[in-house]
Write a protein that binds this ligand. Structure first.
Ligand SMILES: [Zn+2]
Length: 186
């Protein structure tokens, strides 16, 4: 269960022709092969590991935001989660978590370029259900609907101890059943 206080993310989907193929660390054909194989969510290794380490650091619920990019790809989206952000401004227990606006402010400071324009975006959120089934509770659903109500918003919930996780996408919180790829794209 998670509650958020105030602040809404400012995110935008990018057209596919804005994808930075010049920065891609893997071969373009390999990248397209991953997409063909139903990998639509890409996690930078460090972001994935940091998220799990954050979860494992506490027997209480913890959570944070996904920072990265989302691209429109035909009728689908391609996500690249480049980093996570969290802070210690929270109230939590084994079954409950409240996060505060300072987290959004921290995230916003990370996504703006020198001119104050966003160069990456808050594309979703994660939180833990320690030793409990990773699913969206009613409170989680309300949080998602309120703060992450874009077609491409992601919500990930995980149990850091059983290592199970569930991903929801979009404002209707559809279960994400495709694959994720842990890889440094750029
Ligand atoms: Zn929850």
């Amino acid at each position: 269960m998670i509650e958020w206080k105030e602040e809404e993310p400012d995110i935008k989907v990018l057209p596919w022709d804005k994808f930075p193929f010049d920065k891609l660390k893997i071969k373009t054909e390999q990248f397209y092969q991953y997409i063909k194989d139903y990998n639509y969510i890409f996690f930078k290794k460090e972001a994935w590991e940091n998220m799990w380490n954050h979860g494992k650091s506490s027997y209480n619920e913890v959570g944070g935001l996904f920072i990265g990019y989302v691209y429109q790809y035909n009728n689908d989206f391609i996500w690249y989660i480049e980093s996570i952000v969290y802070n210690n401004d929270l109230i939590h227990s084994t079954t409950h978590l409240i996060l505060f606006p300072s987290l959004w402010q921290k995230a916003n400071s990370l996504i703006l370029d020198n001119n104050g324009n966003p160069e990456k975006f808050i594309i979703g959120w994660y939180h833990t259900h320690p030793n409990f089934t990773p699913f969206f509770s009613i409170t989680d659903q309300n949080t998602h609907k309120h703060f992450f109500n874009f077609d491409y918003s992601l919500g990930l919930v995980f149990d850091p101890f059983s290592e199970r996780f569930t991903i929801y996408k979009g404002k209707e919180m559809e279960l994400y059943k495709d694959k994720i790829k842990i890889i440094d794209l750029f």
